[in-house]
Design a protein around this ligand. Structure first.
Ligand code: TEU
Ligand code: CA
Length: 564
């Protein structure tokens, strides 16, 4: 259907201009006092999310699960785990999101199921079972050990022996997360049907978990040693994942998933495929699925995680943005991510002032930004005592700083309430000690809070075409200051980000392009500057500013055709 495809590729597609907000459901809002966030809790807080100014929520898994990996071990792809609610709760959430103009993106976990999933129970029951080949079963090596040297991302071998049938099954993550065999057509069909189940309920797309893992080497060859491995680092990185990630055949599956989404898309409203891919830029670009005819048939947004690992320096970020922009296939939409439920929070990586700069960077770069819940409050990692640890990764590899509980702590809502209003019960994971200060209600009452900065940035991004769809033009780096422009002509905005701990003066004249009118402060990360800019701007330590032509009228003129 070529017509449909053009629509789906529309330059006006919501996901190109929108902002995505990730919700980790256990930690957003508990509605029934069991200490675990749930779907009704999310529904209660949707008006907050809408008022924040984002366009879509992505909810991490809430499907029935034994919770060995907190929902990333799915035992039924077409239902809701009782701890999160019911299908009716989901439908109510969906309806309310729609009413508020919010899109809803779900988390699809196709690489592995739970070891309690009926498919796996059947598969493990006998070597002759019809579902045996739905998973990756192999005979032991001659020494009775695992079939090859592959490692689990969560430590130890990627193989577990099942004594009942005397074979090993593969798992890239926990042994409770057996990997599906994506070479099997019935596996594909079953997973695509699960997608359709949710698409029929109105979801706007999927973030697909670990998609680059779906195909493994058909000869099950050993992975090579990584010569760059440093002892003490994540033990899974001892080997290069040559035969376990990004293998030929993965792209075809990505396109098949995209076709399932396109069955439900329309020119007015395309469904979105986000691919979770941790790969170097060049390999990442393949996930857009550019074909010989120049059509993008893959994921619309292969997640760009490169800011997460980047050294926090103007020069490095400048280089990264240039390389990323240069590598994008024609017509592809860029996207940027600062944090997620697997990574140390931005406020812990770069400090609280740095996190303000990071917010301005994320929301003024070209392409779809994804925000991680709580980052808009400046939440930091919350260190856990050994007896508080929940994350299986930390339990398996303790003390290496790999655990993910610190970035998954509950959202603080009301500073004066117990557990900051997250739960009336005992929270599944401790809140931070400063949760009262960080709470949403306190920050709403403070015009210069991190939350107000996010709200301002999101509002500007929505109003300004230059920000949500304009060109990105690098203006170079001056000392520790990263400089770029967005948009053209009188709508052109200039962004100056001082990564340094010292003040820095930047001459404005060379940045003005051919503009006759003077530049004004649109926004500072410190929220305390307005009015015209003289010959130079003196940026304070770790301050960022957005400059544009005469605030009032241009912002109005610029707003006229803003996205909805
Ligand atoms: O993560 C998969 C994944 O690719 C990361 O764990 C990756 O290996 C690592 O972050 C690279 O530095 C997804 C989910 O986001 C994670 O929460 C799950 O535990 C995992 O899949 C298994 O489903
Ligand atoms: Ca609950």
């Amino acid at each position: 259907m070529p017509g449909l495809n053009r629509g789906v590729q529309s330059p006006d597609a919501w996901w190109r201009k929108g902002v995505i907000y990730q919700i980790y459901p256990r930690s957003f809002q508990d509605s029934n006092g069991d200490g675990i966030g749930d779907l009704n809790g999310i529904r209660q807080r949707l008006s907050y999310v809408a008022a924040l100014g984002v366009d879509a929520i992505w909810i991490s898994p809430f499907f029935p699960s034994p919770m060995a990996d907190f929902g990333y071990d799915v035992a039924d792809y077409c239902d809701v785990d009782p701890c999160f609610g019911t299908l009716a709760d989901f439908d109510a959430l969906m309806a309310e999101a729609k009413a508020l103009g919010l899109r809803v993106v779900l988390d699809l976990v196709p690489n592995h199921t739970s070891d309690r999933h009926p498919w796996f129970l059947q598969s493990r029951s006998s070597r002759n079972d019809l579902k045996r080949d739905w998973y990756l079963w192999r005979d032991p090596a001659p020494d009775d050990g695992p079939p090859n040297n592959w490692l689990s991302n969560f430590g130890g071998p990627a193989w577990t022996l099942d004594p009942l049938t005397g074979q090993y099954y593969a798992h890239m993550f926990l042994k409770e997360q057996p990997d599906l065999n994506w070479r099997h057509p019935e596996v594909r069909r079953a997973m695509f049907d699960a997608m359709r189940f949710w698409l029929r309920r109105g979801v706007d797309g999927f973030r697909v978990d670990a998609i680059y893992h779906l195909i493994k080497d058909e000869y099950f060859r050993d992975n090579p040693l990584d010569p760059a491995f440093v002892p003490g680092a994540d033990p899974a990185h001892r080997l290069l994942p040559r035969y376990t990630v990004d293998l030929p055949g993965v792209q075809a599956i990505v396109s098949e998933m995209r076709r399932v989404l396109d069955e439900f898309g329309s020119p007015e409203s395309s469904r979105l495929l986000i691919a979770e891919v941790y790969l170097p830029l060049h390999q990442l670009m393949n996930y857009y699925g550019l074909d010989a005819a120049g059509v993008l048939r893959g994921a619309q947004l292969p997640f760009n995680f490169h800011l997460i690992g980047a050294t926090w320096q103007a020069q490095v970020v400048d280089q990264l943005v240039r390389e990323y922009e240069a590598e994008l296939p024609p017509g592809a939409s860029p996207n940027w991510v600062l944090g997620n439920h697997d990574k140390s929070r931005i406020a812990s990586r770069v400090g609280v002032r740095g996190a303000r700069l990071a917010a301005m960077l994320l929301l003024t770069l070209r392409g779809t930004p994804t925000l991680y819940y709580g980052d808009e409050l400046g939440m930091a990692d919350v260190p856990m005592q050994t007896n508080e640890v929940q994350d299986p990764f930390e339990k398996r590899e303790p003390g290496r700083g790999l655990g993910r509980d610190p970035e998954r702590t509950p959202m603080p809502w009301q500073g004066d309430e117990a557990n900051a209003g997250f739960t009336t019960g005992r929270p599944w994971l401790r809140l931070s000690r400063d949760c009262a200060t960080l709470a949403v209600d306190r920050q709403l009452a403070d015009a210069r809070s991190m939350l107000q900065l996010y709200r301002r940035l999101l509002a500007l991004r929505r109003q300004s075409r230059s920000l949500h769809e304009g060109a990105w033009t690098p203006l170079g780096v001056s000392g520790n200051v990263l400089m770029y422009a967005r948009g053209e002509g009188s709508h052109r905005l200039v962004v100056l980000l001082n990564f340094g701990a010292e003040s820095a003066a930047v001459a404005v004249q060379p940045l003005r392009d051919s503009l006759a009118s003077p530049l004004h402060f649109w926004l500072s990360t410190r929220q305390d500057r307005e009015g015209a800019v003289a010959d130079s701007v003196v940026l304070r330590p770790e301050e960022g500013v957005i400059l544009g032509v005469a605030a009032g009228d241009v912002m109005v003129a610029d707003t006229a055709s803003a996205t909805t």
